[in-house]
Write a protein that binds this ligand. Structure first.
Ligand code: IPE
Ligand code: IPE
Ligand code: MG
Length: 235
């Protein structure tokens, strides 16, 4: 098989990375944010077209307020830089998740990053912020319901394809490969609909240590898989 067109990553283990070094958790998040830039460059170099990163889940609000605030600051700092480098990186930035719960200034920054980078498509970087798959599905169902109520959509017209068009990921193909770092083997409410036929790869290293060599290893493992989509192997 060839290089996966779309890789989704659950960037886990920042806290454990920091703890092992006797540092505060936020130092792990800083190292993790820095790693996003490196992995974007590596992914583009390896021929990946879509990279979708889980940065903050709808459940992460239950963390201490200071940690959530630090995560927002890091994400906002990352976007600031990304807006400036969008041209040289030729990277289209998108954000999925319910951004209406974020600070208005942060929301404006997200919209601006999406706008200035929308002319590029060498790498499509999507960042999931205040994202939860169940929340995304519920928001999609509400919009479908509103269209039916308004008379612009007939219930019989709702197909898998049409419904996918109501999801936050409507502009993205489904991921070919899901990577989760730091040894955990669960989805934590990430892309439940979109990962229906994706291959899964679990890396033992925490996110700040997940480097280009690790990414190559994940892609190698993917290339040796036998994807079937419910059919049988074609010899
Ligand atoms: C991932 O690292 C970053 C976020 C979830 C925001 P964690 O903060 O979950 O790190 P661990 O899992 O506690 O090590
Ligand atoms: C998933 O990681 C969310 C992100 C990576 C943003 P968590 O660390 O929050 O997931 P759980 O709580 O271990 O399942
Ligand atoms: Mg974690």
């Amino acid at each position: 098989m060839s290089v996966p067109e779309h890789i989704a990553i659950i960037m886990d283990g920042n806290g454990r990375w920091a703890k092992k070094r006797g540092l505060p958790r936020n130092a792990g998040h800083t190292a993790g944010a820095k790693n996003v830039e490196d992995i974007c460059v590596a992914a583009k170099k390896l021929g990946v077209k879509y990279l979708t990163l889980y940065a903050l889940s709808t459940e992460n609000w239950s963390r201490p307020e200071a940690e959530v605030r630090a995560l927002m600051r890091l994400l906002s700092g990352y976007l600031d830089k990304a807006i400036k480098t969008a041209h040289e990186n030729r990277m289209h930035i998108r954000v999925i998740g319910d951004i209406t719960r974020l600070e208005p200034k942060f929301q404006r920054q997200i919209i601006e990053a999406e706008r200035v980078s929308s002319v590029y498509d060498e790498l499509n970087l999507t960042i999931a912020i205040n994202y939860g798959s169940r929340d995304e599905l519920v928001r999609a169902v509400r919009r479908v319901g509103a269209d039916i109520k308004a008379g612009t959509l007939a219930p019989e017209a709702v197909s898998e394809e049409l419904f996918a068009g109501y999801l936050d990921t409507r502009e993205l193909p489904d991921p070919d490969l899901l990577i989760r770092t730091s040894g955990e083997q669960r989805l934590s409410n990430y892309l439940l609909w979109q990962l229906a036929y994706s291959e899964f790869y679990f890396a033992q290293v925490p996110w700040p240590d997940f480097d280009e060599a690790q990414l190559v290893r994940a892609i190698d493992a993917y290339e040796n898989r036998d994807r079937r989509y419910g059919g049988i192997r074609e010899e």
